[in-house]
Design a protein around this ligand. Structure first.
Ligand SMILES: *[C@@H]1O[C@H](CO)[C@@H](O)[C@H](O)[C@H]1NC(C)=O
Ligand SMILES: *[C@@H]1O[C@H](CO)[C@@H](O)[C@H](O)[C@H]1NC(C)=O
Ligand SMILES: *[C@@H]1O[C@H](CO)[C@@H](O)[C@H](O)[C@H]1NC(C)=O
Length: 772
């Protein structure tokens, strides 16, 4: 039954996607892709150690503490390939046997995965591991340059999950350990817990927590400068199964919940339970989808005024959704508070004597307001702590912890939206641009080991670049940012990688540097290179234009040297031209005429032009120009100029012989292009010319015949733009360097698709997506 409902939904998804495709312009693809080999990254991994899943930055000690499977490392925070000290914490033989006996896998589940690392004071850290489904915590001391496990072996139940694959979150606030995890072996009993003298936990009811996936928690110091004597609050982000929808299937929704730091539980009702637990749905609509998105990670952007603190969150589409999409939304603490303090509650009603429906509670909630922290108004009513709260208030919140109002993103819609990629983790850096404005730069880890660096400029999404951090596709499971060092640390199951937040040096020209719109970088007119800010150069010499992408201050680029190429009659001639931005388009001119790529004569690739069956009339001047459109302005740049000449005897000696290729298949063509053998051909030039021309004529005829008969996949050409995009997005492989022929083949198709018109193209793109 469920599947019969499913198809209309995916259809609707698809239809909506068509409408929303306009919202996602070319900016949804990264402007640059930096492959693993050309990254300036540092790597740490140790033989036979896996699952580098927790990272604690100790900038004060110059250390990066990394928790892996059965090992904890202290790495040099400036260069993580240097290990300062390590300590192993292996599961005991007895524990491993017990775990195996209970049906768990001895080498996968019955090991000690270090999941928790917290700082206690300068020298002491708190660490918890799954310890073969028997969570255990301990202290780690860093003394005399060595890490030591103190050996206290405290009960870790409620502080760390049993299951190494389960998500969870924890923080220490004023010495109390708060966690959102599962407290039983089966992993079926979720709690949000405070381990302190007064242990407090959530009620065991599915309408409090319903198979949650805990993602993040943090504290907001709301008592600071509070006019109404409010309390500090802990916010918890998670996804869970919805109780409020009538849905054919399990529907996952994203939530934010919060509790008050000073909560002491109730006297009779909610004894030793949170009296301040309230939760609301987090909205971050995926363009083109009607299903709610699923929160995957959250980053807390601090502001000196906590009211302006932001939570950045990444979401992905429901796992059974037809189109894989990821989005980023931001929420202000104030907006979240509004919902909890003034929003309507949901209440259960019984329909047909069995079914429970959750609808808006339209009555007046009791006073003090259910779920509120103890503030001045409550104290005026002689309520000093949650123990004094009246039963009415407590019963209300016990039965109705869910708000009817939802939390909406700051801008009303996502800050970033991409298709075909699964975001896993994010961090956000605040960077002040040359214009004095603060820009929030998102660094988003993906499930394939990439990081996307993105900014939202005035509601315009811009992915500056996408960097490959891990050679093999694997999810980034932890991401940390050191603002002071300008470094990012990413962990995965195979290792840890360190990358700088910016690598401005790889922008080679002023135009490239400025159009990248990278808040960390500016072009220095005095030294002619792309520098990292802050720079010692005079501000007047620096060019950066983040919002406008205005590169008009860039000097005229040095004119391109004309290259001579030889024309071989009847052959296919390739003229290379490499663009440096995925957002740019290449235009070719022949003798100052715009070259018409729809002519059968030519094929344009992202890295060059191919002229089929060269004739004497093809001799002349070819100009390759890239056009990058930024905020409604076109930036043109001449990348290459070729003078194609019909050979006369003396030309052969001096000029670069043109790479010529017999037209058999595209693969062969590629091989021939790369082959150095063409030099030997010059000698037997004339003799070969005739036979080659003949051969080519035959091959072109064969190709045409094949096309007509439909043997060669012409339609595939139309969809390949989508495929190329997908490739870029799905990150199955990044474009390796010097694989011109391969790329050429891909982009040959891509150009064909331009001929078919963009609307067609967009449609094909969607069709492709649905096929993922
Ligand atoms: C850190 O805390 C431990 C235990 O509370 C204490 O013994 C130790 O002296 C503290 N160290 C420092 C440097 O404060
Ligand atoms: C640990 O790493 C291994 C090897 O990469 C991987 O297969 C496994 O899924 C990881 N386990 C967890 C809990 O992440
Ligand atoms: C290639 O060019 C020659 C003239 O130079 C022409 O006769 C021939 O038909 C052309 N072949 C194709 C397939 O266009």
């Amino acid at each position: 039954m469920s599947s019969s409902f499913h198809s209309p939904n995916t259809l609707l998804d698809l239809l909506l996607a068509c409408f929303f495709i306009g919202l996602c312009t070319s900016d949804c693809i990264p402007r640059k892709q930096i492959p693993y080999e050309s990254n300036s990254i540092k790597v740490f991994r140790e033989e036979s150690i896996y699952n580098y899943s927790s990272i604690l930055m100790r900038e004060d000690l110059g250390l990066l503490i990394v928790g892996a499977r059965e090992a904890i490392y202290a790495l040099d925070i400036n260069n993580i390939s240097v290990t300062k000290t390590k300590v192993t914490w292996q599961v005991s033989w007895v524990k491993q046997n017990e775990c195996t006996y209970k049906g768990k896998h001895p080498d996968i589940e019955c090991r000690n995965y270090i999941r928790t690392l917290h700082q206690i004071n300068e020298t002491l850290m708190y660490v918890c591991g799954t310890n073969a489904f028997n969570p255990t915590c301990d202290y780690i001391a860093y003394v005399d340059g060595q890490l030591k496990l103190v050996g206290q072996q405290e009960e870790g139940k409620g502080k760390c999950p049993f299951d190494p694959f389960q998500r969870y979150s924890s923080i220490i606030v004023d010495g109390d350990f708060y966690s959102a995890t599962f407290v039983n072996f089966l992993g079926s009993e979720p709690v949000i817990l405070r381990n302190s003298l007064n242990v407090l936990r959530t009620e065991s009811a599915s309408y409090w927590l319903n198979e949650p996936n805990f993602v993040y928690m943090d504290v907001i110091p709301e008592s600071k400068n509070s006019l109404d004597g409010d309390d500090d609050k802990i916010y918890i982000f998670f996804s869970e199964n919805a109780i409020e929808y009538d849905f054919y299937n399990k529907l996952i929704v994203s939530r934010v919940a919060r509790v008050c730091k000073g909560d002491k539980g109730g006297q009779r009702t909610l004894q030793k339970k949170w009296t301040s637990f309230v939760k609301a749905t987090l909205e971050c609509p995926i363009p083109g989808s009607i299903l709610p998105s699923v929160v995957q990670d959250v980053f807390h952007v601090h502001h000196h005024n906590w009211r302006k603190n932001l939570f950045y969150a990444i979401f992905t589409s429901q796992s059974d959704s037809s189109v894989l999409s990821s989005v980023v939304c931001a929420y202000t603490v104030t907006d979240i508070n509004e919902v909890f303090s003034y929003g309507k509650f949901k209440t259960p009603v019984t329909v047909d004597t069995s079914d429970v429906k959750w609808i808006m509670y339209s009555g007046e909630p009791p006073v003090p307001r259910p779920g509120a922290c103890i503030n001045n108004a409550a104290r005026a009513m002689k309520i000093q702590s949650s123990l004094d709260l009246p039963d009415r208030t407590l019963q209300f919140i016990r039965d109705r912890p869910l708000m009817d109002d939802t939390v909406k993103p700051v801008t009303g819609r996502p800050l970033l939206f991409t298709k075909g990629i699964s975001f896993t983790r994010l961090v956000v850096d605040c960077k002040i641009g040359l214009d004095g404005q603060t820009y929030l730069v998102m660094f988003i880890g993906t499930d394939k080991g990439f990081v996307q660096k993105a900014v939202n400029y005035n509601d315009e999404m811009h992915i500056i670049e996408e960097l490959q951090l891990f050679k093999n596709p694997e999810p980034i499971s932890v991401l940390r940012l050191s603002t002071s060092l300008g470094q990012l640390y990413a962990g995965s199951s195979s290792g840890v990688v360190q990358m700088p937040v910016a690598d401005c040096g790889h922008y080679s020209s002023c135009l490239d540097c400025v159009l990248a719109r990278d808040p960390y970088c500016a072009w220095d007119l005095s030294t002619h290179n792309c520098v990292t800010l802050p720079s010692p150069s005079k501000e007047i010499n620096l060019v950066q234009s983040l919002l406008e992408g205005d590169a008009s201050r860039c000097p005229r680029p040095v004119s391109v040297k004309v290259e001579n190429r030889t024309l071989v009659l009847g052959n296919n001639i390739k003229l290379p031209c490499q663009q440096d931005s995925n957002l740019a388009q290449l235009n070719w001119r022949f003798e100052s005429q715009q070259l018409n790529p729809s002519k059968e004569k030519y094929a344009t690739y992202s890295d060059g032009l191919l002229i089929y069956n060269a004739t004497a009339t093809d001799a002349g001047c070819y100009t390759c120009e890239s056009v990058e459109r930024v905020v409604n302005k076109d930036y043109k740049r001449t990348l290459a100029i070729y003078e194609l000449q019909i050979p006369s005897a003396k030309d052969h000696i001096g000029s670069h012989p043109t790479i010529t290729v017999p037209l058999t298949t595209f693969e062969n063509m590629a091989e021939a292009t790369a082959s150095p053998q063409h030099k030997n051909m010059v000698g037997s030039w004339v003799a070969m010319q005739v036979s080659l021309a003949l051969l080519s004529v035959m091959m072109v005829a064969l190709l045409l015949w094949n096309l007509c008969m439909g043997h060669l996949p012409l339609q595939k050409c139309c969809t390949s733009r989508g495929q190329k995009k997908q490739k870029a997005l799905a990150q199955s492989e990044s474009l390796p360097e010097n694989t011109e022929p391969l790329q050429a083949a891909v982009f040959f198709h891509s150009n064909n698709s331009y001929r078919k018109g963009s609307s067609m193209d967009a449609f094909k793109y969607i069709r492709d997506e649905s096929e993922i």
